[in-house]
Design a binder for this molecule. Sequence first.
Ligand code: ATP
Ligand code: FE
Length: 334
Amino acid sequence: MLTLGIESSCDDTAAAVLQDDCRLLSSVLTSQDSIHTRFGGVVPELASRNHLESIVPVVNEALARAEVNLKDIDLLAVTQGPGLIGSLLVGFSYAKALSYVSKIPCVGVDHMAGHILSVFLEEDKPEFPFIALIVSGGTSSIYRADSYTSFTLLGRTRDDAAGEAFDKVAKLLGFPYPGGPIISREAQSGTPDAIKFPRSWLEKDSLDFSFSGLKTAVLNHCNNEGQKKNPLQIADICASFQEAVVDILVEKTMLAATQQNIHTVVLGGGVSSNPRLRRHMEKRCQDEGNRLYVPRPAYCTDNGAMIAIAGVHQHRQNSHFSYDSDVYCRSLLA
Ligand code: ATP
Ligand code: FE
């Protein structure tokens, strides 16, 4: 069985061809980073216009690299939400039209299910149930996954997502969008405990996150240093900020595992490509007797392959798809 996965929820147009459950034949992506970088963030109108230009070449390239034709495809899996409505509409309308004219069945996939399942693209696959920490530019959530189609939300951010906090701190330090990878690079030459930034743990036993106070603390630190005419120690700020985010993400994930009595932990989403988060999570999982599964960085960030995997399993559950269905901006996995 061949599945064509299509993803256009934010600023990357992506497509992939998957054979059966998890054999990836191709994965193609065009990033719009160079378009949005000068605006300091994603401009929705520009994103959807660029998806329109990219969607056909990206899908054709995915088919070509997999050495298959459209008529060989058995299933179309497309991101239905959450994301930017204008961006989602491009991929979703394209997939619906393609499904209608080519008579290939289609499934609408929740982007978060894709992130939770992206680890199954790797050789080493977790067993259910597991705890999934999904951290990206739009989300910071902890899920319990009981099967390929059954996810329970245990905690989520009450304000900024972790990636959003990385991007906003990067912007105030003068770095271009997306700033997460730049902060993690700068942090390598800094000292993680150089500056004591606050950790917001919220109520006892809460699995929710809050990162807006941390972002303000970085801004206040920069303003205070500016008033004292001290040069900003950029590497130390990056390392200390990153450490605060990583501490919270790791400890809340360990707490979720303990609360649910589950010993398998999975990471997903763009921020999980952060090396410090991966190392620290690995160490804490070892301490707690948990097993950690992390996709390679290319599968952590948005891609078409994760949408294909989620789509295959949804299709097996006989999920209903209607040509009348629409995109949505908030995850249904809540
Ligand atoms: P979603 O709709 O799932 O929120 P997204 O558009 O945020 O998707 P992803 O590719 O899942 O896309 O994640 C991108 C985010 O990950 C950005 O905020 C980026 O700064 C952050 N990121 C990427 N690499 C790193 C890194 N090494 N360290 C920290 N953050 C990172
Ligand atoms: Fe994403």
